[in-house]
Write a protein that binds this ligand. Structure first.
Ligand SMILES: [Zn+2]
Length: 197
């Protein structure tokens, strides 16, 4: 056993994705040896993260102002909405500069149609948006895997039942099946948006 303060921080780091106990230990001893400057930097960055970052009330991306920059950009096409899962997905789609509409982040996928499963996502907020915004096309840009497929099928059904005039599109084929959007290369993704159908 290390000292209680060391054990505590190891435990905290171990909760982070892909960080096991060994890596957490390396982080803690690095910080102890590197001196106060690195620890202070990390402390300030964490404090700013918690104090300044909130959810955009329109698209549910993380932002420091709500509505976020994208949602409040008047040059964006308000009739075009891209639905995707995570902030990283949004970032990679945005980096292609191929999409000029707005976004809606689900922050999760549908595992079943139970109310509980839906409430863990921002699907209820999406369905509310399509009833009050002038949306004519929704691009479903979810990962090409089983969860993504189930969620897209659920959304198609739901959106159609609320407003059958909304055109629902998906990214064009070319993205490998089972792959994560955020690892797709820019050219493939750019053409997948361009050739959406
Ligand atoms: Zn936003």
């Amino acid at each position: 056993m290390y000292s209680p303060s060391i054990e505590n921080l190891i435990k905290a780091f171990s909760k982070l994705p892909t960080v096991g106990k060994r890596t957490a230990e390396r982080f803690v001893f690095y910080l102890l040896q590197s001196g106060k400057k690195d620890v202070a930097e990390l402390t300030i960055a964490l404090k700013q993260l918690i104090e300044n970052v909130k959810s955009c009330e329109m698209c549910w991306n993380f932002t420091e102002t709500s509505p976020c920059k994208i949602c409040s950009d008047q040059k964006r096409n308000p009739s075009l909405l891209c639905v995707t899962t995570t902030p990283q997905d949004l970032e990679v789609l945005e980096s292609t500069r191929q999409f000029n509409g707005r976004y809606h982040l689900l922050r999760g996928v549908v595992k079943s149609e139970s109310q509980e499963s839906l409430e863990r996502t921002k699907i209820p907020q999406l369905l509310a948006r399509i009833q009050k915004e002038p949306i004519t096309e929704i691009l479903l840009a979810l990962n090409h895997n089983l969860d993504g497929e189930i969620t897209m099928m659920y959304l198609e059904k739901k959106i159609q039942s609320i407003n059958s005039e909304i055109k629902i599109t998906r990214l064009a084929r070319g993205l490998p099946m089972g792959s994560d959007l955020q690892y797709a290369d820019e050219i493939t993704l750019k053409s997948a948006i361009e050739n959406r159908r």
